[in-house]
Each structure stands twice: as structure tokens, then as C-alpha cells.
Design a protein around this ligand. Sequence first.
Ligand code: CDP
Ligand code: MG
Length: 646
Amino acid sequence: MEGGGLPISRVRRELLYLVEKNATVVVVGHTGCGKTTQIPQYLHRSGWTAEGSKVLCTQPRELVVVSVAHRVAEEMGAVVGGEVGYRASSFEARTDEGGSTSSIEFSTDEALVSLMQRDPLLSPYTVVMVDEAHERSLATDVVLGLLKKVQRRRPDLRVIISSATIDAEALATFFGGAAIVSVEGTLHDVDILYAKVPASSYISEAVDTVVKIHKNERPGDVLVFFPGEEDVSQALELIEEQNDFERQRGGADDLVPLALHEGMPTSKQLQALRPAPRNHRKVVLSTSVAETSLTIDGIAYVVDCCFQRERYYDPITSLESVVTCPESKASAVQRAGRAGRVRPGKCFRLCTREAYESGLLPESSVPEMQRSELSHVVLQLKALGVDNIMSFDWIAPPSAEAMVRALELLHALGALDQESRLTSPLGAHMAELPVHPTVAKPLLVSGELGCVEELLIVAAVMTVKSSVWQLGRGRKEMERQKMKFAVAEGDHVTYLNVYKGFLEAKRSPGWCDRHCVNYNAMMKVLGVKSQLWSALEGLGIKHSSSDKETLPVRKALAHGLFANSAVLSSTSTDGKGRATYTTVRGKVVTKVHESSVLHRNQPKCVLYTRAIQTGPATHEMFEVLAVEQDWLTELAPHFYTSPGVG
Ligand code: CDP
Ligand code: MG
């Protein structure tokens, strides 16, 4: 049996005893000590999965769900889908409903919330383990509140909360004084080295540091932390260039750079976790995904850019900003720890010691619940029978403004009635679709408008996180290719052409490469589209297509996106050929982002999927649709005529 020598094995008896005696147990232990892979197996072997009952372990990240299910199946000599199963997304949860025979299941927190809509008391489960609770993702917080509620009706349900950081007290207090187990198990010493001067560009500084490590340090793999996916791609290119240069000079090309982030296909992600060929040094270029949730063996060096990227939603303007900000100290400690799992290591922080010690870095990050748009969460809670959202047992309550905004939008979408109750059937159906309410509504009206096929495609693209476009041979080429598909109605309608081209080319990866289309994203779109279709079919919606007619498609989308509207306010253009818009609500000055096919067109009125603050006084709209302004008052009369709103 594997896993015998892991630190977690030392607390196995204590843990099982506490789970027997307590409704809730918090487990704290450093990354790699065996929490995720071993605890479900301990529970399985000590009878918690007897007679068809199940143990569920949730994760904030889809990618971890898949990799960990494979690992555990391998350790148990089982197959994924048999004894060990997983629900990577809310979509997959839908398909294996009732048919699953797994004793141990891994799922995203998000998928667990969907599951609870169908089985609120989680009847087949004896234990739910909420893993990576310290990450405090939106869905993790929802799950924690819901599980506490379920426990009142099902005192037999056991909850295990696992965390890599020692903020366990707060979690334990939330569950009314849960038992705490600490996995002792020391990490090796990690030498922390700071930059002498602040880096002017963290990407090139990180790459230089990797090259220096490779030249001067003993063997051992390197893990580099970047704030975002784009940073990872840029760094990958830089290191590959460096390798080419070495090769041309006849030098050794024994540095193996590998990217690791959530936007890439699973097979590639798993590759980054495998050992490098003998006598090669692996460099994993990662986002914060490798901070605590994945263990990568063989890491002896960590390079930390000391930044993280976060989304903030402003309920006053209803706009979002994506900020690259100094990482929290809690993250810095976790990142450094990745270098000392198997032997003493080194961590190169790209900030100065003064910056680190002067309090520039916050102690911990703001939980996602307190910086997100909440209509999806509120709708899900309503569907779960939480009538008074304000008094829900939040582990970190969101702001009243954010709540009010969410309720207001749900009213305008018709999902809630005057008393803020879920409407039937509209609200109930919207809650059943595992997509944002602004996407769910268009899908539901597409039946009447005769454009189900088109909406399935657009909704799938909007739901898949990665962009359908791919840089490939430079930005210019991508722009050129994009224009081949572009239509004056905007990005959403343009996706229909991309999808059509993709199918006509028989889903060829080569075609995607030539057209700067992201093959992996398109494959995901196919999957999500068919899942969405089974969901709609289940609601009794008949298939239809509007063919070349795009008006119904735009109308359907406007049924969901009406709140995100802007009108042309000045036709004079900036250096990029873009005119100025003003949002209808909030009167914020904005522009169409360059990534949109409409950034040089000047439609009078547009709807956007997202508007993001991209500079101190710049807001830009992403994914833009051209519409008629009178649709706004037609589709959402109350929303656009209430006092004080222009
Ligand atoms: O959850 P936690 O961070 O405590 O550890 P884990 O994910 O259960 O990993 C325990 C050990 O299993 C790690 O130290 C890795 O050596 C190993 N592991 C692995 O080799 N491959 C995986 N996909 C997952 C874990
Ligand atoms: Mg883990």
C-alpha cells in the first residue's frame, strides 16, 4: 500500500477516532503531507463507505479533482470511474446522476452545490471533506455554510475541513468548536533570498533567476510562481528562446520548461507533474495552483514573483477590476515551503527584504465571497431553500451592497418575485442550469425565439473559461484571422462562425492552428454544449435553429445581458481607433477592448459580458454585442425606468 510513510499516517488513528466522535474535524497539515490522497482512503478502509455509502472530497479547482482522482485510483489499484469517481464540473455531475458506483468521489465545490440542488441532504454520503479550505474560494464558502445547515438535519453527516495553513481556529469556531488535528511533519529548511533592488519586470527577472539557478545550483527542479496565465506563457517563450540560443552555441539543452495553469488541457497539466528525463532540470512555470493544491515531486528551488492576480467586483458601479497586487504573506510562506518538501531548498523572492518586512504584503487575501458578483450564488441558495440570504450562515459575510445588486439583477431577470422568492418555472429552471444567470436566461428564452442551437453554442463559449482565440504566430496574425470570422453584430455572433468553421474542418487541430483558434477551448465547447442541451431538453425545450438569421440570437442574449449596456458617447477615436462609450447605468466612461471584433466599429448601443477596469481611469468592455437601445426598456422596463437611473 502506498502512502504509508507520509506524515498524515502518524495521525491516522487519532483522525479516525475524532471523525467517529465529532460532527466536524479540521485537519491542518502542510502541502504534500497526504491530506487529499490519504484521508479518503482511510475513511474507505474503516467502514465509512460500507453498504453503498460514499465519501466525498471537494476541491476548489477542477484540475486538482482530475489529477487526484487518478492518483488515488492508482494507489488503490482501482480505475477512475469505478471505485474512485470524480465530478470535475457541474456539467459532469449532471450526467452520472444516480449511476455512479464509486465509494470515493472527488468533486469541485461548485459541483457539490449543484448536487445539493438535487439531493439537499446528500443522502448517500457519510463524510464530506472540504479540502483546501484556506483558499476561501466562492464555492468553498457556500459549501461550508450549506454543510453546517445540512448537519442540523443530519447529525450523522461527518464534515472534515482540510487546510494547509494554520488559520484552523476560525474554521473550527464556525462549526461550533470542531476538533482540530495537526499533522506535525516538518518541512526541510528553506533558505529565503531576496532581490537587492525591486525588479522592473518580474517576468524577465524570474527567467534570469531560473537561468542562474541552472548554472550555479546543485541538481533539483525549479518551481516559478507567476500571478497569471499570460505571464506563464510569456516566460515559457523566453525560456524556450534561451534554450534555442544555447543549442545553437552547442551548449546543453537540459532545461525543461513546463507550464502549469488551469486553462490548459488536462494531459498537459499532468505532464508538468511527471518527473523530467534523467539529467534534465525541470522548470515548472505555474500560477498559484501549485501553491498548496498540487504536489510536484523533486522541487528544490522556488522562484516567487511575489504578486498575485485578483478579481474585484465593485457593487456600486457593477464593474470589475483585475488587479495584480502583492501576494499575501500566507501565500509567500506556502510558496517557499514548496522548495523544502524532500530536502533543504532555496526560495528566491523577487521583492526586496525591506518590502517584504515593511508590511507591504497583506497577512492574508480577501475571501472571494467579499470581492465577487453574487447573483449566481444567491440564485443557487434560493433554490436550496435559503429564503433569507442576508441571514445565511456566512463564514465571511459579503457586503450588503453586493447582495442588493445581486437581488436586483435576479428580479430584473425574472428569477425572483416581489417577495424575493424563486419564480416558477423561470427562476427554478435558471437555478438548474449550471451557468451564470445572465447566460441561463438567454438559453431558456431561446426556445420561444427559435434559436436554441445558436444559443447553445454561444452559451458554451461564454462558459468555457479559456478564450476561443489563440495567439499562435503573433498578435497581428491573430487579428487578421479573427477578421475572417468577424461580423458587425459582435463577438457572440462571431463565435457562431468559428464554431461552424471548426465543424466543417472536422475538428482539425491543424485548422485551429492556422486560424488562431484555440483547439482545446473548442473541444471543451463541444462538451459543454452537449451537456447544456441535455439540461434544456430535460426542461422540455424543443430544439430549433435560426439559421442565418441573427436577430433572434441577439434578442435572446439581450434577455440576459441587458444590465450590461453602454451607448456611444463620442465618435472621436483614440490611438487604437476606438470610440468612447458610457454605461447606461452608472454612467461610467468605457471603451471596447481590443480583443473584441467590434473595437473599431461604432455601434450606437452595445451589451457586454464583462467590463473590467484596466487602468487607473480606464474601463474596457469584453465580449461585445451590438443591439438596439429600445430593447433595453422593452426587456427590462423596471430596471431601466426606476428613479435615479438614466
Ligand atoms: O493534500 P496534501 O497536500 O496534504 O498531500 P497529497 O496531495 O495527498 O499528496 C501526498 C503525497 O502523494 C505527495 O507528497 C506526493 O508525493 C504524492 N502524490 C503524487 O506523487 N502524485 C499526485 N498526483 C498526488 C500526490
Ligand atoms: Mg491536498
